[in-house]
Design a protein around this ligand. Sequence first.
Ligand SMILES: Nc1ncnc2c1ncn2[C@@H]1O[C@H](COP(=O)(O)OP(=O)(O)OP(=O)(O)O)[C@@H](O)[C@H]1O
Ligand SMILES: [Mg+2]
Length: 284
Amino acid sequence: MEDLIKSLPVRLSITVDSYKYPDGTKALSAIDLKIKQGEFVGILGANGSGKTTLLKIMDGIIKDYDGASFLDGKDLRKLSPREIYSKVGMVFQNPDDQLFASTVFEDVSFGPVNMGVSNEETIHLVQKALKAVEIDHLAKKSIHNLSYGQKKRVCIAGLLAMGHEILLLDEPTSGLDPMGEYKMMSLLNKLNKENSVTIVMATHSVELIPLFLHNLYILSRGSVTRGGKPEEVFTAPEDMEDVKLRLPQIAELIYKLKNEDALPFSKLPLTIGEARREILKLYS
Ligand SMILES: Nc1ncnc2c1ncn2[C@@H]1O[C@H](COP(=O)(O)OP(=O)(O)OP(=O)(O)O)[C@@H](O)[C@H]1O
Ligand SMILES: [Mg+2]
């Protein structure tokens, strides 16, 4: 799988030497990221570290930065919104920034209708998308009356109905209940594996990252400080505290058992499954 990704084409190449918001806030610097076809990449960082800003640059919304960015080899800042949106879809962090129609069905059908899809096909796409995020029973409901987690799901359904090749997701699991969070990650994983959708997601969910993501970049005060596979990034609690993050809880426990109680673990497991195997090894 990894060798395969190495040889795959770069879809998004993002270099930001510096970006300041109009009020002078320095939001990003020294960013150099390449997102390859079929990757499922996480951007992990504390509040205010620049995750949303970076995704907005990837989506071509923010343009006035020093640097250079390319989508499939073409200058991202010179592409029209239509050219970008034909390939790239973004889910905003706050669903109220994204949803605008009066009912769930209308909102999710907006993309397909706008792309000239027939009525019959639109109904099919919308139903499939709503089902995927388990809100098909809410199709006729007014957006205004939805709960936060339900709104998040509508946003994702809207994206699914469009069938983009590249998805940018700003904290897609925030506000979802624990089962919803896990299912959302499983759904994204399925899109990535079965439909080769390239996914970049900003997240705080350290627990879910090792289960699903290929690569992860840590953003700290606007710069990427570390990057690599989850096991290369989640190495020690101190490294994470520096960037106001923490290890997955199971990794923290094993780290303490190894370093403070001298239990002979050979590696630091990041998931319950890996930890279980490592513990059983100690007893075999
Ligand atoms: N429109 C804006 N104008 C001025 N400063 C902004 C604007 N949007 C964001 N910022 C600032 O830019 C920095 C990065 O913000 P950003 O929203 O990208 O962080 P984030 O990592 O997404 O945080 P969170 O985890 O809270 O969503 C912060 O210091 C923030 O205050
Ligand atoms: Mg954000």
